[in-house]
Design a protein around this ligand. Structure first.
Ligand code: FES
Length: 193
């Protein structure tokens, strides 16, 4: 399982492992992120959970253009609509970002409040601020540079982030950070960030 990702300067530091358990085919690890991008202050430790799924190629570096989100399905395939996610090259370093500039990130498209559909990324991705939203139901917005944390709105949990890994020209997904709406077995315990 991948536990660290992103650039050395911008990514959170996985400082210690808390738990390791198995849930419905996904290995779930609770980790502590010492993130300079925490909601509540610089350097504060945050408890987060990564559910590891099957490693799957989701994009090629050469095909990604800055500020142009592309749909992907992860952790499962197109028969599972809750797996609809998107990958985007932000053009600026991001927490959990991969690639030469640590700017490629991916997120699930279901709002963590009550499952609002954020998949219309031609409308919901705001390139000027690198945020997703507002959610069509209750207007939550999520910051894609900071692990999908809530910027404003009703949701209290970050948008689930697809854990990525760069291998040459290929980008692989290896897990999910956070709970996907409607998939209560994504992780076994609540997510704090
Ligand atoms: S469902 Fe998205 S803010 Fe309520």
């Amino acid at each position: 399982m991948q536990e660290e990702h992103g650039s050395p300067t911008d990514r959170p530091c996985v400082s210690r492992r808390r738990f390791l358990l198995t849930s419905s085919g996904a290995t779930v690890t609770s980790i502590v992120l010492a993130s300079q991008f925490s909601k509540t202050g610089f350097g504060e430790e945050l408890l987060a959970q990564v559910a590891a799924y099957e490693r799957k190629k989701v994009a090629s570096l050469r095909d990604l253009k800055v500020d142009t989100p592309a749909p992907i399905f992860y952790p499962f395939d197109a028969t599972d609509l809750n797996s609809l996610a998107f990958i985007v090259k932000l053009g600026v370093p991001a927490s959990g970002g991969v690639g030469p500039n640590s700017d490629i990130v991916a997120f699930n498209t279901l709002c963590t409040h009550v499952g609002g559909d954020l998949s219309g990324t031609d409308k919901t991705y705001l390139k000027e601020h690198k945020i997703l939203g507002p959610c069509p139901l209750h207007l939550t917005t999520f910051d894609l540079r900071r692990h999908g944390m809530v910027v404003a709105g009703h949701a209290t949990q970050s948008l689930p982030q697809v854990v990525l890994e760069a291998d040459g020209n290929d980008i692989y997904a290896t897990g999910i950070l956070g709970l996907i709406y409607g998939k209560h077995d994504t992780a076994a315990l609540p997510v704090v960030i």
